[in-house]
Design a protein. Sequence first.
Length: 524
Amino acid sequence: MVKGNVAFILHAHLPYVHHPEQEGFLEERWLFEAISETYIPLLNTFGALSREGAAFKLNMSLSPTLLSMLTNKLLQSRYIKYLENLISLSEREIERTRNEPEFNSLAIMYHDKYCKDLEDFTHVYGCNLVNAYREFQESGHIEIMCSAATHGFLPLMSSSAVRAQVSLGVEIYLKYFGRRPLGIWLPECGYTPSIENVLKENGLEYFITESHGILYSDPKPVFGTNCPVVTPNGLVAFGRDPDSSKQVWSATEGYPGDFDYREFYRDIGYDLDYEYIRPYLPPDGQRIHTGIKYYRITGKTDLKQPYNPLSAKYKADCHAENFLCSRQKQIIDLSQKMDRPPIIVCPYDAELFGHWWYEGPFWLYCLFKKADCRQSDFKLTTLSEYMERNPSMQVCSPCPSTWGHKGYSEVWLNESNDWIYKHLDNAAQMMSRLANENPCCEGLKKDALNQAARELLLAQSSDWAFIMRTGTVTPYAIKRTQQHIDRFTRLYNDISAGNIDPSWLRGIQAQDDIFPELDYRIYL
């Protein structure tokens, strides 16, 4: 007898990076790496499970910016060049390591992988991964959620800005998946009660919060995060289960830190002689992660041993078994204390699986396969399926919360990035003013208004504040924020003065060409 459920949620998102003016732009590699290391491996995992008849189920969110990049013709063609470059490099590596059997076998492994990626991308998926994910939704294996248009951090936005982000996110979802979404992934799990009306207006039924968003609800929920609550607005809120989440995402305490898994930070882009690797680096010659990595984590020192794929796969299988046993024990324990089936909600960044944790997609395969093949006390479910089967929920008001350090917006509002919000808030007010002053226009003026909305949305991406906080590519994040605000400000002034420069407008339209269906009147 099934006593409870486990729900996996994979949140797939990248900020919009599109530079037609320059080939080999470093930040475009974020997309290319994620395609090869996460998005294609996940599709292949789902495909293998489907062919084997496994009844797997999970939720995913594919952010509007990611959907736009995955269907962008220029980025698709550049991804193919990226693969061809890696195939060439791996061929050289096969020759270079011919007298080093442990490394040579790995060079062959990477060569085969990138050749298969090219075959899968161009022929199996027809260069359109979005359609492949849509097919798995239509077959009932995955339930895809929407997200805000450019992953804007909603708790720090005005109501009109939140409305624009959410309504456009729903519209983009409808375009790509042919149906309206049931749930939304709130960017950075950023929740505050003020956004609920906008979610309700857009027909959304559920969202996910960090654990304490549910645990500190008013009143305190009887079953904690193990049962969703319904807000006074009628929206269902699911809370992240802390135990299962930490077991997977933590690099120090969780599975990804196991010594048999591939070491992410040792890459031939940094290890090999500069002149040898130079032809495969970006135009500026900066050393980068190529994706070809020969070492396993080994231990907590800099001394690393060669990676052994068979040992890593064995360990992934063991960890899948451990995860299932842990959830089985958790479900049995909870079911004895609850008057309804508990649910264990396990949300993760999709890019953890494959990009950061190379064996992650295989771990998912083992997990879903084992869950399907055995009699256990729980079943995998989607969130809407659980809601349908368990409609009785406690009414609570969740607590404002986010995921990330300390759980209350600190990652996105601190001394490294607080300067951006006065500019974003002013621009949002100016955009609403433009929309209300120009409720109906055509031609060049309408194009300029749409582009102003586009620049504001791109400036609002939570990724820029996050990068400023983590200090990874801070100059790029600052440049993108300033650039979009500067472009918005000029458009505002030009529209207000009735002096729009067509040539300049067409130029920025070509660079920031996201959401061609965008209508500025979402700010009315």
